[in-house]
Design a protein around this ligand. Structure first.
Ligand code: GLN
Length: 282
């Protein structure tokens, strides 16, 4: 029998990752692994821990191994069918909530396009449920497997999100929204980052877009004009080097008050623009 301390240090992983994975295998909170380092671990449990360590050494993301990732203070289920929620995407939630705060309607409608795990829609819905009970949050994804994860996450947090299977706006008829948000795929197909780290294991359909990474951003910005209320806002996450092209795209399409915001790392990350056909003609 080996002690937990020995197993953790023999894993060939950063100690924090080793603790997260061991805690998951043992079904205990991570803090337990600090208090019980000198405990002997039985052979079956040791094998379960070492299996996770071996998968991690081959590159599998920690979030897929534990099936969990925290986003906006909410613990979310994740599977390889969905992109792992990123901290920088919390900026998109913050900005969407700011723009919603400026919408006077008693019944503001929000749409999250390509929702994946549901992270963005559920974070927004959890805030609105407390502050704007008349609001509705819709979310769509083209992948049924992703929608199943989003459905489980919405149920886990008890927030009402209307989930639809839709390729961007395709299933939305002539519906219009006050705020449309999206974290679409925006990485160019030849980007070497795709062969590194977690990205190797995430769905390519959630990562890669044509037109050098701008294809989905462009398609969404074009079509969103038919699905925004006058005065409504489009907000999209984009790559660190896509701030300028995104601002130009929205301006060319006639959006007003276009601006780009930086994430906590200082990278341009979210473009926002207002659908205002009258302003566009002036
Ligand atoms: N932000 C992710 C990354 O660069 C990509 C997510 C996306 O394409 N929307 O790792």
């Amino acid at each position: 029998m080996a002690s937990l301390a020995t197993i953790l240090r023999a894993g060939g992983l950063p100690l924090l990752e080793a603790r997260i994975l061991a805690a998951h295998a043992l079904q205990v909170p991570r803090v337990w692994t600090h208090a019980h380092e000198n405990d002997d671990i039985d052979a079956q449990q040791q094998a379960a821990i070492e299996l996770l360590f071996a998968r991690r050494r081959k590159g599998e993301p920690v979030a897929y191994l534990t099936g969990e990732r925290e986003f906006y203070g909410l613990s979310l289920q994740v599977t390889p069918a969905v992109l792992i929620p990123r901290p920088e995407t919390e900026l998109l939630v913050e900005l969407a909530l700011e723009r919603l705060g400026e919408i006077p309607s008693e019944h503001p409608c929000v749409l999250d396009l390509g929702t994946g795990s549901g992270a963005i829609a559920i974070a927004i819905a959890s805030v609105l449920a407390a502050n704007r009970p008349g609001a509705t949050v819709s979310a769509c994804d083209a992948s049924e497997a992703a929608l199943a994860v989003a459905r489980a996450n919405a149920a886990r947090h008890g927030v009402p999100v209307r989930l639809l299977c839709s390729d961007w706006f395709a299933a939305l008829g002539d519906e219009r929204f006050d705020v449309v948000v999206a974290n679409p795929p925006y990485i160019a197909g030849q980007d070497p980052h795709l062969e590194q780290g977690d990205l190797r294991f995430e769905p390519r359909s959630a990562l890669v877009a044509d037109e050098g990474g701008l294809g989905c951003l462009r398609a969404i910005a074009e079509t969103a004009r038919a699905h925004l209320q006058t005065g409504g806002w489009l907000l999209m996450e984009h790559g660190y080097d896509q701030g300028e092209p995104c601002v130009q795209l929205l301006e060319r399409l006639g959006y007003a008050q276009v601006s780009d915001r930086r994430d906590l790392s200082g990278n341009p990350r979210v473009v926002q623009g207002r659908f205002d056909p009258a302003a566009a003609r002036r």
